[in-house]
Ligand binder design. Structure first.
Ligand code: UTP
Length: 226
């Protein structure tokens, strides 16, 4: 099986805790032992948000802020590379084709951000499409896809299963509300739709849950089905 795992920065390195990064590396290594071919994309988390806030106060424009965010995602990717050692490609690939080359060689490509105007959600979906992944897993701080932003709307309903086409509509509605946090960005959702990739959105707080979702198909998140 080929899988791409998108690990939110806030679940990989909250407070830059090496124990959590090591636990993620363990889960990834266990999956490799099971014969799963893996690619990983890492987000920026609180550190990216801190840098972006500070630079915004200093007058940086949105393009510059995005570049700063990309820099932090690549730093976080390097933390996971450090923990994975020789199992991972030594640097975060900065082109999808470079990631594909690492993947074919049997090294885990650990990517960060790529270009301004998107988030690592889109990178994850694009990497999944590039390597022809059977499964894309978003390990995030939300435990699934909701009908609205659950942090703002207590009546938001969590979906157990939706179709790839429905994902775009749901995310589009949430993104229209200013300040709302969609579990996946709209570009990511559109790439999932066009590539028809089976996708899971789940709580990534515990790396074991990512292992179980991929190895055993056991999870409490939302399944996005082709
Ligand atoms: P994240 O993917 O972590 O974004 O990238 P996020 O959605 O804000 O984080 P989570 O999901 O809550 O953890 C951090 C920032 O890096 C820039 C964006 O500014 C993004 O907000 N970025 C990232 C890009 O501009 N392009 C990319 O391809 C990736």
């Amino acid at each position: 099986m080929r899988a791409v795992v998108s690990v939110g920065g806030s679940v990989l390195a909250p407070g830059l805790d090496s124990g959590r990064v090591a636990a993620y590396a363990d889960a990834i290594e266990s999956l490799l032992d099971e014969g799963v071919e893996l690619g990983v994309v890492v987000g920026g988390g609180g550190v990216a948000r801190d840098y972006i806030r500070t630079a915004r106060e200093l007058g940086a424009n949105e393009m510059a802020l995005d570049q700063l965010g990309i820099g932090v995602t690549r730093l976080n990717a390097r933390l996971l590379v450090a923990a994975l050692g020789e199992q991972a490609a030594p640097t975060p690939p900065e082109a999808y084709e470079d990631a594909a080359v690492a993947f074919r060689r049997g090294d885990v490509p650990v990517m960060g951000g790529m270009i301004p105007g998107q988030t690592t959600d889109a990178v994850s979906a694009a990497l999944a499409e590039t390597v022809g992944a059977d499964l894309l897993v978003f390990a995030t701080s939300v435990d699934g896809v909701y009908s609205a932003d659950p942090s703002e709307n207590p009546d938001a309903k969590k979906y157990d299963e939706i179709a790839t086409g429905e994902l775009v509509d749901i995310i589009g509605d949430i993104e229209m509300t200013a300040g709302s946090n969609a579990p996946i960005d709209l570009l990511g959702a559109k790439i999932v739709q066009r590539s028809n990739t089976r996708t899971l959105v789940l709580d990534g707080e515990n790396p074991e849950s990512v292992y179980r979702a991929i190895a055993d198909g056991d999870h409490d998140g939302t399944e996005v089905v082709p």
